[in-house]
Each structure stands twice: as structure tokens, then as C-alpha cells.
Design a protein around this ligand. Structure first.
Ligand code: SF4
Ligand code: SF4
Length: 363
């Protein structure tokens, strides 16, 4: 694994890279592959669904990294109310006209809408991450989105027992009561966490809302990230999707409460160059990020774009090759394509880890 992986140092130096597997993405082979490959590429954190099976899959991916080196932190995402990140599309394929050209399946970035006999041709639930792109496309209005709100009392103990490092709470403006209910359940477990993140979409009153949360939850025993969630789950759509999070991050840096600011929601390969153009990236000569009044973001989180970036490998790398003796260290256990996948992942990770180097190389 890259020696660059030191999550706390990355936050302080403005080089924090978080991979988002998806708050409702439960396709275990892909989660394991994403954790493994992006771990090898040097990311600081892997953010997964709050599901013991998903956490276990991510941990299995991280367990394949060199144990002598630091590993990325493992984060789970929780919500305090209805949220598109925690949604699944559903429809009954038996009600679809047989001659439908299936635009829903063509638009789905996660290959979650199957051909029969898989899921009878409906949505494969564990692959759906709730992006919502299929919902308006059905000419017969067959598709519904179903959100879940986490039940932290039941959810948290088994998840925490798996040894996660960090928790992210997805909230929205004016959901203070729901947030504080969730916070009360989380409070006894804070001492076992290395980091708390709070994710919020932009909107009128968002900065004031986050200040009100900050006053209610501090002091904290660990660092705090404000995730400026621009245009959720859209980074793979096009370059312009990154603008919403950049604008929100600027507002948080100028007026938001103390804590690290991280961009997300619409992030893609254009995000780091745009951060640089806007003067939001710390230069190597500058002091480390202060907790309040920083002119720079601490880093960025990549979800749909990062998953699509590795699409050719997601179906093939997640399982061990058959017939290998686990005790035989003379046999390479790296499947074909692993190094290609890691090289590809690094092209997304390194511009944020080494922006000065990449700027120089591109001159
Ligand atoms: S398009 Fe999005 S919401 Fe629809 S099935 Fe695919 S992943 Fe789920
Ligand atoms: S577009 Fe609508 S009718 Fe056609 S296959 Fe998809 S869900 Fe069924």
C-alpha cells in the first residue's frame, strides 16, 4: 500500500481522500474489490453502508493490504431521516409491457436492473445505490424509490463490534431534532471512534443549521468533518456536477463552524483542478490546516465516479482465485488485472495527494 496513507495527517495537510462505496450499496464482491484496490492506491478512508455484511466485505478487502503499513479508516454512513443516499428503486417486472425497450436498465450506472431470470428482470437490490436516474425514465411509471431510515439502537452495536473507525451522519436543513436523537444513541460510542463526519446538502440556511449542530455536539473527543454534499451521486454524469459542492465548500470555509471541510456529491476528475483554480487547495509550503478559519478544504470524497472508474474490474477481482493453498506464500495471490486496476485508481487518487506534483507534470 502507498506510504501516503496516514488519515489524520492527510486531513491536516489537505490531502484527505475518501472513497464512498455508497450508503445503500450492498454488492459485496464490488465492495471488497473497491476497498482492496483503492486501499492499495493510498486512500485515507472507505465509507460503506451500515450493514454488518458490507462492513465485513470491506474489511476483507482491507485485510489483503500489507499489514505492516497503515490502512485506511473504515467509516459507516447513518441518516437521521429520508435521504436519497439510503434509497432503493423497486418495480414489479411482471407488470412491465413485454415490448418495453427498458430505458431503466440502460440508464442504470450500477447494472442493478437485470435481465431475466436474475431478479425476474427487476432491480437487484444489493446493486442499487439509489441514484434515482431510472425513476423518471419509465414511460409506464412502474418504478418507485423506497428510503430507509436507520435504527441506530439496533444497528450500531453489531457495526461497532466489527471495529469501524468513523461514522458519518447524513442530515438535512431543519432536521435538528432527528439529528439529536441519533446523536444521543451515538454519544456513548464516540470514544471508540477516530472521526465523525456530518454530511449536509447545500441550501438556504445550511451554514446556520450546521452551526446549531456544532453547538449541540461539541466538545468532541475526535476530529470533525463537514461534508459539503453538492449534487449527490452524480460525479459520473459530467464535469459540471462538481460545481455545487465547490460553492458550498467555499461558504463553509468562509462562515461555517470549526472542523475540516470536505467536498462530495458530484466529485470527479475535474474536482481537484477546479479546487486548485479557486485557491481551495493547500500548497506544500503553507502551514497545516487550522480547525477554524482555514482557507483550504481538507480533501474530497468520491463515490459514483470512483466506482465507475474501476467498472472493468468490479465483477472480477473480488474473489480469491480457485485452487490456491492459502498457506503457500510462493504463489502470487494477486489476480490478473490487479495492478492495472490499482494504476487506474491512482490516477484518481494522486492528483489530490500530490497536487503540486501533478500541476508541475501537466505544465
Ligand atoms: S438507476 Fe440508480 S436508482 Fe435506479 S436501479 Fe440503478 S442504481 Fe438504483
Ligand atoms: S422502463 Fe418501466 S416498464 Fe420498462 S422495463 Fe423499466 S420499469 Fe418496466
Amino acid at each position: 500500500m502507498s506510504k501516503l496513507c496516514n488519515p489524520l495527517q492527510s486531513l491536516r495537510s489537505g490531502h484527505w481522500f475518501k472513497l464512498i462505496c455508497g450508503a445503500s450499496y450492498q454488492y459485496l464482491p464490488a465492495v471488497q474489490t473497491l476497498a482492496w484496490v483503492y486501499g492499495l492506491a493510498g486512500v485515507d478512508c472507505i465509507d460503506v453502508a451500515a450493514d454488518p455484511a458490507v462492513v465485513t466485505a470491506a474489511r476483507q478487502g482491507l485485510d489483503r493490504l500489507d499489514p505492516a503499513l497503515a490502512r485506511p479508516w473504515l467509516m459507516v454512513s447513518l441518516n437521521d431521516g429520508e435521504d436519497p443516499h439510503f434509497r432503493k428503486a423497486q418495480f414489479d417486472p411482471a407488470t412491465c409491457p413485454p415490448d418495453c425497450p427498458r430505458p431503466c436498465a440502460q440508464i442504470c450506472p450500477a447494472l442493478a436492473i437485470a435481465l431475466p431470470p436474475q431478479a425476474n428482470g427487476g432491480v437487484v437490490a444489493d446493486r442499487c445505490y439509489g441514484c434515482g436516474r431510472c425513476l423518471p425514465l419509465c414511460p409506464h411509471d412502474r418504478i418507485q424509490g423506497h428510503s430507509t431510515v436507520c435504527q441506530p439502537q439496533e444497528l450500531l452495536p453489531p457495526i461497532l463490534a466489527l471495529g469501524i473507525d468513523a461514522v458519518e451522519i447524513h442530515t438535512q436543513i431543519d432536521r435538528r431534532a432527528g439529528f439529536l436523537d441519533l446523536w444521543q444513541v451515538l454519544l456513548p460510542h464516540l470514544s471508540s471512534l477516530k472521526l465523525v463526519a456530518i454530511s449536509c446538502p447545500a441550501g438556504t440556511g445550511a451554514v446556520d443549521y450546521l452551526w446549531s449542530l456544532y453547538r449541540a455536539i461539541t466538545p468532541l473527543p475526535c476530529p470533525l468533518i463537514w461534508q459539503a454534499d453538492g449534487r449527490p451521486m452524480s460525479g459520473d454524469i459530467g464535469a459540471g456536477t462538481t460545481h455545487a459542492t465547490l460553492t458550498f465548500a467555499q461558504a463553509l470555509l468562509a462562515q461555517g463552524p470549526p472542523g475540516y471541510v470536505q467536498v462530495a456529491g458530484g466529485t470527479n476528475a475535474y474536482t481537484v483542478p477546479k479546487l486548485g483554480q479557486l485557491g481551495l487547495l493547500r500548497s506544500p509550503e503553507s502551514p497545516l490546516l487550522p480547525l477554524q478559519g482555514s482557507p483550504w478544504v481538507a480533501g474530497a470524497a468520491y463515490g459514483s465516479y470512483a466506482r465507475r472508474w474501476l467498472a472493468p474490474w468490479l465483477e472480477t477481482l473480488g474473489t480469491e482465485p480457485d485452487g490456491l493453498d492459502p498457506a503457500d506464500s510462493s504463489v502470487s495471490r494477486d489476480p490478473p488485472g490487479l495492478m492495472d486496476a490499482v494504476a487506474r485508481a491512482k490516477t484518481l487518487v494522486l492528483p489530490l495527494k500530490q497536487p503540486h506534483l501533478h500541476r508541475r507534470l501537466s505544465l
